[in-house]
Design a protein around this ligand. Sequence first.
Ligand code: NAD
Length: 490
Amino acid sequence: MNDQIGARLAPNMVFQNLIGGQDRPASDGMMLDVFSPVDGSLLAQIAAGTAQDIDEAVAAARAAFDGAWGRLTATERGRLLMKLSLAVEAHADELAILESRDNGKPLRQSRADAIALARYFEFYGSAADKLHGDVIPYLNTHFIGVERVPHGVTGHIVPWNYPMQILGRSVGAALAAGNATVVKPAEDASLTILRVAGLAREVGFPDGALNIVTGLGRTAGAALAAHPGIDFISFTGSPETGTAVQTAAAKNHVGVTLELGGKSAQVVFDDADLKRALPTLVNAIIQNGGQTCSAGSRLLIQRGIFQDVVDAVAERFGKLRAGHPEREPDLGPMINQAQQRRVLGYLERGRNEGLTVIGEGAVAPDAPEGGYYVTPAFLAPVPHESILSQEEVFGPVLVATPFDGEAEAIRLANGTPFGLAAGVWTKDAMRSTRVARSMRAGQVFVNCYGAGGGIELPFGGFGRSGHGREKGFEGLVEFTTTKTLVIAHG
Ligand code: NAD
């Protein structure tokens, strides 16, 4: 590999937990090695957080909530978030390089994530003092006020695919609403979150408002989900882990938002503007190597144009290159070997079902040895019942299925257990509205598609994609509850 690349990061990076404003090793001193998916090399070490660390982080958050952090006004909290937004923006290049080495995503995507993170802090910082309650008409002798109050201490379990963006949308909103927070980043991508937590300390967040405990899901994550001192949990990750987190939270009778997986369809009618649609149809699955919960992983194409669209998509797939994230490839490596094997395993199962790959990219010849690269694959026609139409691959694998009429398109689009996002492509305005409104999905795009995008736009799922909403003002409301004051005055 070219040795200038990556040279801008300090060698042998070691990160500890951040608890109560202090860098703290794991209670038993254990560390986890962090390997870069780019070339499999050792990149850093992070603390292997324990249940005791979670306990201490929750106690630090509680002390902040009851103390310096809880005493701030909404405006003061908002200003701190705005300062953090500026600090993130000023460090966007550093964060981008760190993310690309840690997570493998192309540098431009990492930079976009850092800018999105800054924007989340700006959005929620500026919203902090605009969240207010209600006055309810009741008996003439009583005044009724409904106040919006923070839950208290919130737990945030973050996946590896968009660490910065998911930190921004959940922790940004939680802090703006006045909660004190404990974050458990994914073991495969903790570094940018730790760096941002350092920036929060530098801009003056009170100790304990933002605590980070890194480590394994089954230890640190499970301890956070089950902790009786946590008042609300935001979980983003796989449906299986979501079940475990919600079950643990139920024992403490606390609420959760679950942002889980997807198998989102893009429906292409025969009057669609294909020139406009084609780049988006491909990018919606290739972005972040397909490791995007709202990736457009299924194409439903009206039969009359099926072959033409499939040929055009296959041609574009043929030009895709997976490679070193700092050489501006179409996609970087998968996050780790397990994910690489998962994607290859799905393709193998597709071949065993008799499916054909009709468009295939390549791994760039100069992609570093030891990285977890896979070639993007496009399969068509793929029956709706196929495992590749029904299960989330979470990789650069796109399938296409033909449909005849509008009713069938809606049935197929809604025909998986997931319901995260959907796209509709047609020039017929009435049909686009009709079909879009029939989609069982948290976000529906017409003649466009925004996998993962939209800081201002509420986001979340139906069914196996989860429940609760993040992003936008609705995401801020999720991190509050109401308190009704009944005041007799006559
Ligand atoms: P994952 O469920 O394996 O891990 C997510 C987080 O949960 C990690 O921090 C992990 O350490 C932790 N964890 C693991 N086991 C745990 C346990 N028993 N208790 C508590 N925490 C535990 O998911 P992943 O592989 O990191 O992410 C991929 C999945 O996330 C995909 O299914 C994807 O669709 C989904 N995702 C959804 C969204 C969304 O907004 N809907 C966004 C990104 C990713």
